[in-house]
Structure formats: C-alpha cells, structure tokens
Design a protein around this ligand. Structure first.
Ligand SMILES: C[S@@+](CC[C@H](N)C(=O)[O-])C[C@H]1O[C@@H](n2cnc3c(N)ncnc32)[C@H](O)[C@@H]1O
Length: 210
C-alpha cells in the first residue's frame, strides 16, 4: 500500500529494512519507507499526476532496475506477484542482493534489455505492470516490443524517456514528439505524458496501454 502523510509518500511493508538510506517510520506493526520524487521517477510521476495501479498480487516486469531504489518500493506493494527485475550491469545486480534476501518474489535477470523479448523463461509470462527506465537510444523501440509481448490485457505500462540519450542534437520536446509518434504508430495508446521537471531534467514519463 502507498500512504501519503503531510505531502510525503511512503510504501508500507512488514519488513524492517532500509534499502538506500531512505527514512523509515514504524507505525503499528508496519514500517513506512519514504518514497521520494527526488530518488525515483515513478514517485516523481505520481507527484505529477500518475496513478500507479499496482495490487499486492500484481506481476511486474521492471526493465532497468539499477540497484533497486524504485524496485524496492514496487516490491513493498506487489508482495505476492512475481517481479522480474532486469539490468545489464553486474554492479547494479550486486546492489540488489540485500533486497533479494528480503523480497523473495523479486527475480533478477542480468541481461541486455534488447534480448528480453527472446528470453525463453519470460516467454511464458504476462505482466500487470511493465516499466522501463534505461537510458538508451533505442529504448522506445524495445519498450514497444516488450509491451506488445508481455503486458497483460488491461495492464499498465510506463516508460521514462531520457531525451538526451535518445538524441542530444534535438530539443527534449522534439524527441518527445518523435518517440510518442513511434508509440502510437505501433498501435499503443499514450494515456499520460508527464514532464518530470523539477525532479528530473529532460525526462518524460509516458503511461501507455495496449
Ligand atoms: C536511470 S538507471 C535506473 C534507475 C532505476 N529505475 C531506479 O529508479 O531505481 C538506468 C539503468 O539502466 C540500465 N541499463 C542501461 N543499458 C541497459 C541495457 N542495455 N539493458 C538493461 N539495462 C540497461 C543501467 O545499468 C542503469 O542501472
């Protein structure tokens, strides 16, 4: 569950842990871990109007999980569904180790995100939430492929676009227009476009359905 207290966002968990130095409050038998928009693009997007539809039994494909800052909050909410956490960096995966000990439903996949659509294990699965946060030129193309292949009917998908990684010769707005067009042409629907300023510069968060 997500809680907002005095304009600060928290995720509730039964686990007494701190993953990256975030503030933790004890309340009754639960712990509330602060989910700051300054540390997480999903938290930033929520602060600017994105509504995350995760339930405790939701399944999640998280692409570009890094050391698990945002992932840890997703794992506080989706406590029962499988959460696939992908990153290409071994260092990031090592940063996940403590979280993996606590959240047994988080399954790491160390690989380039471009080969996920061909992953034999994953090909059995569909997910309720697909999120991608990688700073790569072709991130939109791979996101489209992942959503088409892995998003459950009625599920929620979102991408954080780092415009400078996609094309540094164009303005963030121009990159957004081009990438949005790509998404629409692929048959996906853009439900929300959020400029992540002031939390992240030159980043857009797009909520998409298929
Ligand atoms: C901005 S960070 C993600 C932060 C994370 N989503 C969070 O909020 O805690 C981007 C991540 O994408 C990963 N990445 C970059 N290229 C990738 C690739 N080709 N395949 C998979 N992950 C990649 C990087 O290793 C990095 O950890």
């Amino acid at each position: 569950m997500i809680q907002t207290i005095k304009n600060r966002t928290y995720t509730e968990t039964k686990d007494n842990y701190n993953h990256y130095g975030e503030k933790v409050i004890k309340e009754g038998g639960l712990y509330l871990r602060e989910w700051s928009p300054n540390n997480s693009k999903i938290a930033a997007a929520m602060r600017k109007g994105f509504s995350l539809k995760l339930k405790d039994n939701s399944t999640v494909l998280y692409v570009g999980c890094s050391t698990g800052t945002t992932l840890s909050h997703i794992a506080d909410i989706a406590t029962k569904g499988d959460i696939i956490a992908n990153d290409v960096s071994m260092e990031s995966m090592i940063g996940l180790l403590n979280l993996l000990k606590i959240k047994k439903n988080v399954i790491p996949i160390l690989s380039d995100f471009r080969i996920l659509p061909e992953n034999k294990e994953l090909n059995k699965d569909k997910f309720d939430f697909v999120f991608q946060d990688v700073s790569q030129k072709d991130q939109t193309d791979v996101f489209i492929e992942l959503v088409k292949k892995f998003l459950n009917k009625g599920g929620q998908a979102a991408i954080s676009l780092k415009t400078r990684s996609i094309d540094s010769s164009k303005s963030p707005k121009q990159v957004l227009v081009k990438e949005s067009e790509k998404i629409r042409k692929a048959g996906l629907k853009i439900l929300k476009t959020i400029d992540l300023e002031p939390f992240e510069k030159e980043h857009y968060f797009l909520e998409v359905s298929f």
